[in-house]
Design a protein around this ligand. Sequence first.
Ligand SMILES: NC(=O)c1ccc[n+]([C@@H]2O[C@H](COP(=O)([O-])OP(=O)(O)OC[C@H]3O[C@@H](n4cnc5c(N)ncnc54)[C@H](O)[C@@H]3O)[C@@H](O)[C@H]2O)c1
Length: 365
Amino acid sequence: MTARANDEPIRLAAVGVGRIGKFHARHVQEVAAADETCLLTAVVDRHADTAKRVAAELSAGQAHEILAFDSPEALAAAGVAEAAVVASRTADHRRDTQALVESGLRVLLEKPLADTLKEAKELGAWLEAEPGRNQSVMLAFQRRYDEPLLRAKALLDAGRIGTLFKIVSILEDPEPPPPGYQSSGLLTDMGVHNADEVLWLSGRSPTAVLGMGGGLYNQKIDGVVVEDFDDAFVQLWLGEDVVAQIQVSRNHVAGYRNETTLYGTEGLIHVGHFDDDPLKVWLEAYGKEHVVIEKQAFPTRNYERPVPVFIRRFGPAYKAEVAAFVACCAAAKPFAVTHQDGLRAMAVVAAAAAALRTVGQAQPL
Ligand SMILES: NC(=O)c1ccc[n+]([C@@H]2O[C@H](COP(=O)([O-])OP(=O)(O)OC[C@H]3O[C@@H](n4cnc5c(N)ncnc54)[C@H](O)[C@@H]3O)[C@@H](O)[C@H]2O)c1
């Protein structure tokens, strides 16, 4: 980690410019416009035509041209970036990260850390093998930068609901992933967000897991991206006195649903409602006898055009995450969320996936 010379902006590339990568690139440009700590110089995509098209779109209105490359290796050889935001297919996370880190770039890597727990462990071991590498990767768990969830954590840590004993974390998509999307399985692709949230909010590590999964709705539709399950409930013990439930689904047809509930000995904190206004995220905290500790709505960002549901919910968090990454790169500081957090969450979802039971494996009634 070397600090930037002469206050020159950190030169960044966006690697993988599909659904989410394009937004990361835009957010880099917005951070650059606001404080000049960074500059988006390049985009990379294995689909060379996509790289060229997105580079041209992102160059519009900029003082410089955004370059297009078809591999992380070509980007590294050109020497036009000190850091990169990687949102390539999950199956490419490990090789893209290794190629970039090998060339001295710091990387903001989309979740999950890798396609399988085995690959994630191998990537983790490779990053740990040399002192220069082990601070190269920031894991993009955007919930850690989400204002409503940060407020919930602050209330929890301040003891406002007493001692935490239960967490329920729900993430439900309104539809299956788009055609061509590469999923590592329902829990690794979606539940990894909830797993990290539970670890982060509780400060605990799970000690036992069980759960049930089903192919209830979208997996029965012809032509849908094939996944192991489209709905799952996972229960975790975090020691003997704290439990958590993770609920993930591709079948919440009424719209995108994110809710987190923290149960304490003195009250409850709840983040997220499902209602008719997706541009507001509610946080409510109650003490005993329904006493309101805090109740407020956090506006999300209105991009004023159709955007993927996760962007509509977490837009400001994705941008804050990019800003935190740039700030650490500019100051040559360690990242607060690293590959180790990615690995811990992967270990939880891998154990959960192995523990899931289907109807044929359950106790018959
Ligand atoms: N943090 C979040 O909330 C969040 C949300 C969505 C996606 N993601 C993660 O971001 C990553 C990208 O997801 P996405 O939704 O943008 O996916 P996407 O399918 O839209 O894009 C992925 C990238 O892979 C490329 N690609 C597609 N087919 C390819 C092929 N055959 N060979 C090589 N490259 C190919 C695309 O051009 C694109 O660059 C995934 O790892 C996903 O888990 C995270």
